[in-house]
Design a protein. Sequence first.
Length: 532
Amino acid sequence: MNTGRVNPSMRLEDQGITGTGRVFYNLIEPQLVEEAARRSEGHIGLGGTMLVTTGKHTGRSPKDKFVVRTPSVEDSIWWENNAPMEPAAFARLHADMLEHMKGRDYFVEDLYAGADPEHRLDVRMVCELAWHALFIRHLLRRPDRAELDGFTPAFTVINCPSFKADPARHGCRSETVIAINFDERLVLIGGTAYAGENKKSVFTLLNYLLPERGVMPMHCSANHAVGNPDDAAVFFGLSGTGKTTLSADPTRTLIGDDEHGWSANGIFNFEGGCYAKTINLSPEAEPEIYATTRKFSTVIENMVYDPETLEIDFDDDSLTANTRCAYPLEYIPNASPTGQGGHPRNIVMLTCDAFGVLPPIARLTPAQAMYHFLSGFTSKVAGTERGVTEPEPTFSTCFGAPFMPRRPEVYGKLLREKIQQYGSACWLVNTGWTGGAYGVGKRMPIKATRALLAAALDGSLNAVEFRQDPNFGFEVPVAVPGVDTTLLDPRSTWADPEAYDAQARRLVKMFADNFTQYVPHIDDEVRAAAIG
């Protein structure tokens, strides 16, 4: 039985999926909320939200992600970062999953990945869970109803959490599997109910496909000046660096908070929604995101709530610290309706330096920008993970290594070329510690970070005096109106300047040791930037 809006020539049977129960095509949000509740997949919360839990998987499973090793991708995949799966193993996995799907109901959503029609990817999502269909309907971009009649998917993603993979038979690591086959234009996800696998699998597809078109895929947030899409900015950063918070500026228009492309037309959001962390969320610090947790159809994932009042406990991490909510972008008041902007005038790379070495802001050359982009540095602090007793460096190349199917230098070179072509200013912003490392110093004042960022975005920061940093070679402002001058010189904030020098040498060596893997693949200009 087929229900819902579907292109008659593109039913699941035409994709080899047969013998299923009911198939629900392109249901809209109220219908998906109703189906999820009726099937006891979750509970309806305050404001009509959907309260769900994901079982044992409360985050992504990067070690269970595979790329099928076919001749067409053999020379272009970064195999050191992407586990291979043999075509024969994928064929068995696909056949076994199709057999498992028989007799079960499925929810199909035909969606776009990419706000730029010239570069978007048409994706068909086949979901076992109604709330997964609701989630991905928020996170990707929804075609107009009239567009569905002619929709033909470029890729299909099948997500079947109840399917358990067999490592010996399917060439994988565990019962959980995420397998991408570029030749068959197919992604198979099994053994996990964590919804983030849906969106990140599509992001991985775009990360592979877009560079061939000269489009730079980016794990970043983006905004532009109100009324001026050409005054755009992008914000790279790993978890905990402030990427979402700093880009969600009420004085600017939000293009998107996580994944974007940069083409000859400018920047564009891949997504149609946001997947925001909610642990310790407060109406004072992030009122726009907080408000979405009481809006209709927002998916609230792994958050503890009172069973009688349905009030959420934002501080309870007993299920996971990775609590999240997913909602359509239009729930944010200052969000861009088009999801597009011009070529970025400013590129901001955010880091949380718990070593207390980096300045609050630095100006980068294109070569230095490529160096720091390939490095993707932030740091863990004591107490965040078992066994971490002092700051530890974290290097995630391109600020998103788990989603990079190609070698990092492909993305780094593409970014540098675009910076040079369009004249973007590049900044490294440290939201970490000052006056000493974590445990001794204090967190960089958010007021100072916002003031420096505002000066960078409005262009006034370019007019101040700069000095060259002796450790990394980038330029650091000497004085900025409204900012404590002492903050701009990290060494002067330490009680013991010689201790700062020793810490700086340690951090420089950490960067250098990490960067040795890229040296054979980069040119002399970037090598010089690496030396400082």
